[in-house]
Design a protein around this ligand. Structure first.
Ligand SMILES: [Fe+2]
Length: 343
């Protein structure tokens, strides 16, 4: 199977995975053969890409670190808590399940697919940030108790946005200085809202407060620098930026994982903590399995496997002669690198 952006999916292709509606129910099942009518409907619903099964990807197997079902159930639960009960402690069993999934699949890199409808973007983004943060915590050898605290901070990082009017949050044009100043208050609003909660730990609350602080002091709300920022704040800053960049927004198309990775690494030490970026690069698939690429010599290939120690040089299958090439083998492939993503 391989992931294909919706513009490149054509009539007659087969779905390799079920797709879900915003309530978490299956909309179309695995092996469904797509027609133009369904493709038009899926585009209208905001789907940006689909997993398809075809000839060139039949030997490509994509392992999910966290199951789609658990991700969807966590999104639904978070939405219900925020809009109804306000009891964030109810997220603990879901976070615990995510931790179990990540520990069980420690050797598999995260491919956060964008298979869900766009309409509940906010909650999906929060859950993705929780998952990415926990994944970094596992690589940092945090114990289960600390992973739960980190996951809670990741999933609730933007909870303070609840107190900002929707017309400002969803404003399509440029924000005024006053509007932007108000948005910049959301970490403080979130912290203040949760400050009195005895169920949530202080490092969780601090992580939420500091997720927009940046190493060079250019962040907000306090303009803290390097060691003044907590590890949770540094982790969530990276997870939040990565997931936002790789999501389709009304004002720009989604970055590929490769582009988002380059953006973050390029900013290492300025905005994002170097040590945490190194940990992060061992968590995500920069070239997700199933991605079709063109190499610097013009060869077309498909990604079969990732090398966690060398995220830019995965294992590929040459689409012209079907040979397998491990780009990590620098001696053999020193003259080759990935030049483009193709579909
Ligand atoms: Fe935020």
């Amino acid at each position: 199977m391989r992931y294909v952006s919706i513009e490149n999916v054509t009539e007659g292709m087969y779905l390799a995975k079920p797709i879900y509606n915003s309530q978490g129910s299956i909309l179309l099942g695995k092996n469904f053969q797509l027609t133009n009518i369904y493709l038009k409907k899926l585009k209208e619903l905001g789907f940006v890409g689909l997993y398809i099964e075809d000839e060139i990807s039949k030997d490509v197997f994509i392992e999910d670190v966290v199951s789609d079902q658990l991700r969807m159930d966590t999104v639904t639960k978070l939405e219900r808590i925020v809009e109804d009960t306000g009891n964030f402690e109810e997220l603990t069993p879901f976070l615990s399940g995510i931790i179990d999934n990540i520990i069980e699949n420690k050797d598999v890199l995260l491919q956060i697919n964008k298979l869900f409808s766009y309409h509940n973007y906010t909650y999906i983004h929060c859950v993705n940030v929780g998952i990415l943060s926990i994944c970094m915590g596992v690589r940092l050898d945090y114990n289960r108790e600390k992973l739960l605290k980190l996951g809670m901070a990741g999933i609730l990082h933007d909870i303070g946005k609840n107190q900002i009017p929707l017309e400002i949050l969803d404003k399509p044009g440029k924000l005024t200085e006053e509007e932007f100043d108000l948005i910049k208050m959301h970490p403080v609003y979130g912290y203040t809202m949760l400050k009195g909660s005895i169920e949530l730990s202080s490092i969780t609350k601090i992580g939420i407060l500091q997720h927009h602080e940046r190493c060079d002091g250019s962040g907000y709300p306090k303009g803290l620098r390097n060691e003044e920022i907590s590890d949770f704040g540094k982790i969530i800053a990276i997870a939040d930026t990565y997931d936002a960049l790789t999501s389709d927004r009304s004002y720009r198309p989604a970055y590929t994982p490769w582009e988002a990775y380059e953006y973050l690494i390029g900013d290492g030490g300025v905005h994002y903590d170097f040590t945490m970026l190194t940990i992060f690069s061992k968590c995500i698939a920069v070239f997700p399995v199933g991605t079709c690429v063109e190499l610097s010599d013009g060869t077309k290939a498909i990604v079969l496997e990732n090398n966690p120690d060398n995220p830019l040089r995965p294992v590929l299958r040459n689409l012209e002669n079907n040979t397998v090439m491990d780009l990590k083998n620098i001696k053999k492939h020193h003259a080759l690198c990935i030049a483009h993503i193709v579909e």
